[in-house]
Design a protein around this ligand. Structure first.
Ligand SMILES: NC(=O)c1ccc[n+]([C@@H]2O[C@H](COP(=O)([O-])OP(=O)(O)OC[C@H]3O[C@@H](n4cnc5c(N)ncnc54)[C@H](O)[C@@H]3O)[C@@H](O)[C@H]2O)c1
Ligand SMILES: [Zn+2]
Length: 334
């Protein structure tokens, strides 16, 4: 099929383009930075009109990523991510393009899923600075203060975007769902967990932790780990994320496809941040990680996802193990 990939110059969009071409699809890559077929902003309706004719499906990856720390960036986040998505959806409606895979994000959940022995499923509140400073990193029950057990989030869990970026990622889903219902379209929103791999953005304040640890190790420095390193995350390799996009494209053509459906894209095999740092340091012959006890306000302790829906409905499972993926990532020149 003929596929438009937005954000095709980026970390994930470029990998999707490569995999889709290898699978025999005709790919048109669009990005606002060079290195793609069409250099244009997703908010440029005229440019979209030029590229969309004859397109069968869109993989919409273009977005401003990161935490959206500075409120002065709010208009640019909303502009790229939400206005950009709206302009794209309107153009798809003009051209009768009805299939969309959206780059969603785990940030829409806000925090992981926790249970209290007494109160059952609860949302962990923001951890008080005093607890963190005392080295008490595990969240406690907001009702009784008891320690919580962590579980996995699934797609029907409550959504709780806690940053500007998270709010714009959730708004993308709402816009896509509204478009799908009104235009007779179908959208799979793939909520990626912690994506890592070659080409990962680095040396920016928003870089993923794997890139930060690797930069340190490459300079012969010990990776510095926040809290006690016990934070659990689901690290998924970028090639697996690209494979999930192709699986979602196929699903859009099946009778099972509904106007809008969200899917976690995760391995289901969580690792601690310390595990990641130690594995990278070992593979790169760098000093062992230093656990600093430092913390950042607003960080969540554990966020784990159930990969079951994507496995059942898309037939997607992540194939690259943590050990293979991290070793390969370490070997790629930074
Ligand atoms: N990397 C992760 O761990 C992760 C996790 C969850 C979701 N995501 C989502 O995956 C998608 C891809 O992220 P990535 O990690 O590849 O980031 P990236 O920054 O490498 O890629 C994003 C690309 O989008 C382009 N872009 C941004 N605004 C644009 C605009 N207005 N017009 C045209 N192009 C624009 C950028 O130039 C960039 O090339 C994003 O939608 C992001 O929200 C990423
Ligand atoms: Zn309780």
């Amino acid at each position: 099929m003929r596929l438009l990939v937005t954000g095709a110059a980026g970390f994930i969009g470029s990998e999707i383009s490569t995999l889709a071409r290898a699978a025999g699809h005709e790919v048109v890559g669009l990005d606002r930075v060079p290195g793609v077929d069409v250099v244009a902003d997703v908010r440029d309706a005229a440019a979209l009109d030029r590229v969309l004719s004859g397109v069968d499906a869109v993989c919409h990856q273009a977005a401003m990523v990161g935490l959206g720390v500075d409120l002065q960036d709010l208009p640019e986040y909303a502009g790229c991510n939400d206005l950009g998505t709206a302009v794209l959806l309107a153009a798809m409606a003009r051209h009768g393009v009805t299939r969309l895979v959206l780059a969603g994000s785990m940030v829409v959940y806000g925090d992981g899923a926790y249970t209290c022995a007494e109160h059952g499923a609860v949302r962990a509140g923001v951890r008080p600075d005093a607890d963190l400073a005392a080295g008490d990193f595990e969240p406690t029950c907001p009702r009784c203060g008891r320690p919580l057990a962590h579980g996995t989030v699934d797609e029907d869990d409550r959504l709780d975007p806690r940053s500007v970026y998270a709010a714009t990622k959730l708004a993308q889903e709402h816009l896509a769902a509204a478009w799908a219902h009104a235009a007779g379209g179908r959208c799979a929103s793939l909520r990626y967990h912690n994506v890592y791999g070659p080409g990962m953005p680095r040396d920016t304040p928003y870089a993923g932790v794997a890139a930060i640890f690797r930069s340190a190790a490459a300079r012969g420095l010990a990776p510095r780990v926040f809290e006690d390193g016990g934070q659990l995350r689901d690290f998924i390799h970028v090639r697996d994320v690209a494979a999930a996009n192709l699986a979602a494209l196929s699903w859009l053509d099946t009778p099972d496809a509904v106007p809008f459906r969200a899917f976690n894209v995760a391995t289901g095999r969580p690792r601690t941040i310390l595990d990641l740092a130690a594995t990278l340091a070992a593979v790169m012959d760098a000093p062992e990680p230093v656990v600093t006890g430092q913390f950042r306000a607003g960080d969540v302790r554990h966020i784990l996802a159930s990969p079951d829906r994507a496995r059942r409905e898309l037939g997607f499972t992540a194939g690259i193990t943590f050990e293979e993926g991290v070793a390969e990532f370490a070997a790629v020149p930074a």
